[in-house]
Design a binder for this molecule. Structure first.
Ligand code: FES
Ligand code: FES
Length: 155
């Protein structure tokens, strides 16, 4: 059965009639066309589907759309402002922190969540936060380096 669900998505209030048990990942990708959020394992393990919910990183494949009612959801598409990449997106590009790019939106959103709560994240804190986001291409070193360049601690 469908229900009316309202939440904030990338700074805009959105409403939709949807099965509340539907996973947020599929609502983002199919109802809103926000395909930057990726499907990896579908079971909460890989981090490809990471978005921010009320400024905290969360795995959208394992969260029902009902549970974001009244909350604020940010996807990778919400980072760019006025056609300009977010500094963290730039840091990934400048540090070659990707190969195929499939894991990249989830990596950036997870790192964005970390730096929001800990702008001076240390190397160890970055490793701890990122170790459960998987990159099959093995770009982890460059990913961590890119995040370090955006951590106030590293500047
Ligand atoms: S697709 Fe969500 S954690 Fe893997
Ligand atoms: S860059 Fe290919 S999976 Fe990470």
């Amino acid at each position: 059965m469908t229900e009316l669900i309202e939440f904030k998505l990338n700074n805009k209030t959105v409403k939709l009639n949807v099965d509340g048990d539907r996973m947020l990942l599929w609502v983002l990708r199919t109802n809103f066309g926000l395909t930057g959020t990726k499907y990896g394992c579908g079971e909460g393990f890989c981090g490809a589907c990471t978005v921010l919910i009320n400024d905290k990183a969360a795995r959208s494949c394992s969260i029902s759309v009902r549970s974001v009612k009244g909350k604020e959801v940010t996807t990778i598409e919400g980072l760019m402002k006025k056609g300009k990449l977010h500094p963290l997106q730039k840091a990934f590009a400048e540090n070659d922190a990707l190969q195929c790019g499939y894991c990249t939106p989830g990596m950036i959103m997870n790192a964005y969540g970390l730096l929001k709560s800990k702008p001076k994240a240390t190397y160890e804190e970055i490793i701890n936060e990122m170790e459960n986001n998987f990159c099959r291409c093995g770009a982890h070193k460059r990913i961590v380096h890119a995040i370090q360049t955006e951590s106030v601690e590293a500047k």
